[in-house]
Design a protein around this ligand. Structure first.
Ligand code: AMP
Length: 143
């Protein structure tokens, strides 16, 4: 039985399926789950200021929304807020970093998500496997 499991979700419609599989892994011991989402940096687009869009504010808003959304999902599944993390960066390395810093023995992710079903194992799941220092369970999502 795993003692700490990172569940990485992209907040797409597949999130519940990925989380459900992680919950199956730990049974009723949801305190073993660490729910996480990575917010990718908003690129500064030339001419953005002409539309009065401040990329720093936009970034913070996206991060705040992710924190709120993750918190809602976590509490709906009995996951304490202390075990809910929204971080800024690139998904695969940030998921690996959190797994290391939490001494997790497993990571659960979807086979594909926002970046498209056609990619299958071509994106986050694939990148994560390279350099992962614990088990990685890829949950098949979609058709
Ligand atoms: P994708 O690489 O977009 O096809 O997503 C595959 C899976 O990687 C998703 O189902 C999630 O489990 C995970 N994932 C993708 N993007 C993120 C993200 N920004 N934060 C956390 N997990 C993610």
């Amino acid at each position: 039985m795993y003692s700490k499991v990172i569940v990485a979700v992209d907040l797409s419609e597949e999130t519940n399926k990925v989380l459900a599989r992680a919950i199956e892994l730990v049974g009723s011991q949801t305190d073993k789950l660490v729910l996480m989402h990575v917010v990718e940096p908003v690129p500064a687009v030339w001419g953005m200021e002409a539309y009065t869009v401040d990329p720093i504010n936009l970034q913070q808003q996206i991060l705040d929304n992710a924190v709120n959304r993750l918190g809602e999902i976590g509490s709906a599944h009995g996951i304490d807020n202390a075990n809910v993390h929204a971080v800024l960066g690139s998904p695969a390395p940030e998921i690996r970093n959190l797994a290391k810093s939490q001494s997790a023995d497993a990571i659960v992710i979807g086979s594909h998500g926002n970046s498209g079903w056609k990619l299958m194992l071509g994106s986050t799941a694939n990148k994560l496997l390279h350099g992962a220092t614990c088990d990685v369970l890829t949950v098949h999502v979609g058709d």
